[in-house]
Write a protein that binds this ligand. Structure first.
Ligand SMILES: [Zn+2]
Length: 177
């Protein structure tokens, strides 16, 4: 396959986005895909998400089965989170602080511990950490879907909110009988 054009790469970059909110949104979309396409655009998006820009430019793309593996890792991770467990991996690095022009700055270094060429899970968890304030899980226990928060919304959808309201209403009727 010929290396991707600049146009292809720009398109992929636009799809993934640069700020934390856009990146978390992209990750949820990736987790929710019904089918992992064999095609270049998705593979480029995944590379840019991981910060593997050089690989993208040179057309060193992950295989479809690598993408499927990464998708299933994200799904498993999100499910673990929704059940109150941690989604975590071992990392290498150091914890540090210094002073630059009178201001204290962090000098910690965090990096994936295994020598994988691509570390999708590392980037996925880091993306969620960067977007902590924006990702929520539905407060309806039997749903618990992740969603992007919109104001003070507690549920993933109007459907879940009204289900809970109906349940509360029925509960209140029982209490008063
Ligand atoms: Zn829900």
């Amino acid at each position: 396959m010929p290396p991707p054009s600049n146009h292809d790469i720009q398109n992929a970059r636009r799809n993934v986005g640069e700020d934390p909110v856009a990146r978390v949104r992209w990750l949820l979309k990736f987790a929710g895909l019904q089918e992992i396409s064999e095609e270049q655009p998705l593979k480029l998006q995944v590379l840019l998400f991981m910060g593997a820009d050089q690989d993208a430019a040179q057309g060193r793309l992950p295989t479809t089965s690598q993408l499927q593996d990464w998708q299933s890792k994200v799904r498993t991770g999100l499910t673990q989170m929704s059940r109150g467990s941690s989604w975590k991996i071992e990392i290498e690095g150091s914890l540090g602080v210094t002073v630059v022009r009178g201001r204290v700055q962090e000098t910690s270094i965090r990096s994936p511990s295994r020598r994988d060429h691509w570390s999708f899970t590392y980037k996925a968890i880091q993306t969620i950490i960067d977007g902590l304030d924006h990702l929520r899980f539905c407060a309806r226990n039997d749903c618990a879907q992740p969603y992007m928060r919109n104001r003070r919304q507690e549920y993933c959808s109007g459907k879940c909110r009204s289900t809970i309201n109906k349940r509360r209403y029925r509960q209140s009727l029982k209490v008063h009988q």
